[in-house]
Design a binder for this molecule. Structure first.
Ligand SMILES: NC(=O)c1ccc[n+]([C@@H]2O[C@H](COP(=O)([O-])OP(=O)(O)OC[C@H]3O[C@@H](n4cnc5c(N)ncnc54)[C@H](OP(=O)(O)O)[C@@H]3O)[C@@H](O)[C@H]2O)c1
Length: 223
């Protein structure tokens, strides 16, 4: 089977760029998507230089989605609708969208999840199912902070939870993320559990704040 191509929409940002670095460091080719092809190319050049690799390239979001089969979404929740609309013509049967989004806002300095009717993963699935029932959605990487993800001098040293309704899609994403040094991958159940990951992300931010750190994350014990 041909190797899946990887794109990270919003790979120019805090969280996405860390994933770009981790995947490229594990020898995977990564296409960064941006609203601006010029910005995508510029950030790709910066990240290539940072880890001395040729495995990263940058382009606009639609081109990135067209060229990839595993498409990570690492954009602010508020941007999700517009982003899905802009990449829609590039989505194909068999594509896997990986939702990294936490619909976060702050009330009196405390992180809260913008309570929608469904988790972000389910919202994405509902929207893309109107394009094709053959596009799967997996949620993951929501509970790891961007600083930790970007610090490629250290193994990740965090558990990575992924959830989704399609076992094959989940396995594909797990197979890819397993390449990241120091990140154990856990199947966290169906896509509806995306909501739990979003709540855990808010908890990590609270712990960071109380303890004056930036890299709180979660590990499963007893396994
Ligand atoms: N930061 C964290 O520690 C962390 C942890 C867990 C989960 N997350 C989640 O990961 C996602 C990305 O977080 P981030 O901190 O990387 O965000 P970010 O740096 O603010 O944004 C990521 C990228 O999204 C694009 N973008 C920004 N505003 C946009 C808009 N209004 N419309 C369309 N695209 C827009 C930008 O790319 P272009 O300008 O190149 O298009 C930007 O580089 C969020 O949903 C966040 O909840 C973040």
């Amino acid at each position: 089977m041909a190797e899946k191509k990887i794109a990270i929409i919003g790979g120019t940002g805090h969280h996405g760029s860390g994933l770009v670095l981790r995947l490229a460091k594990s020898n995977k080719k990564v296409i960064i998507g941006s609203r601006s092809a010029e910005k995508g190319k510029r950030i790709a050049a910066d990240l290539r230089y940072k880890i001395q690799t040729e495995l990263i390239e940058g382009t606009d979001n639609l081109t990135a989605a067209k060229r990839a089969n595993i498409i990570f979404l690492s954009v602010p929740y508020e941007a999700l609708g517009n982003i899905l609309q802009s990449i829609n013509p590039g989505l194909k049967d068999g594509d896997i969208l990986v939702d990294m989004i936490v619909p976060l806002s702050f009330e009196k300095g405390h992180p809260i999840i913008n309570k929608a009717e469904r988790s972000v993963g389910e919202q994405i699935k509902k929207i893309v199912s109107e394009i094709s029932s053959e596009i799967e959605v997996v949620s993951g990487l929501k509970t790891i902070g961007s600083k930790k993800l970007a610090d490629i001098t250290q193994p990740l040293d965090c558990d990575v939870f992924i959830c989704g309704d399609d076992e094959t899609a989940k396995e594909e994403v797990a197979k890819l993320l397993t390449k990241i040094e120091g990140g154990r991958i856990f199947d966290a159940g169906p896509l509806s559990n995306s909501e739990h990951l979003e709540l855990l992300a808010a908890l990590a931010i609270t712990i960071n704040k109380i303890y004056g750190i930036s890299d709180a994350c979660f590990k499963v014990v007893g396994i």
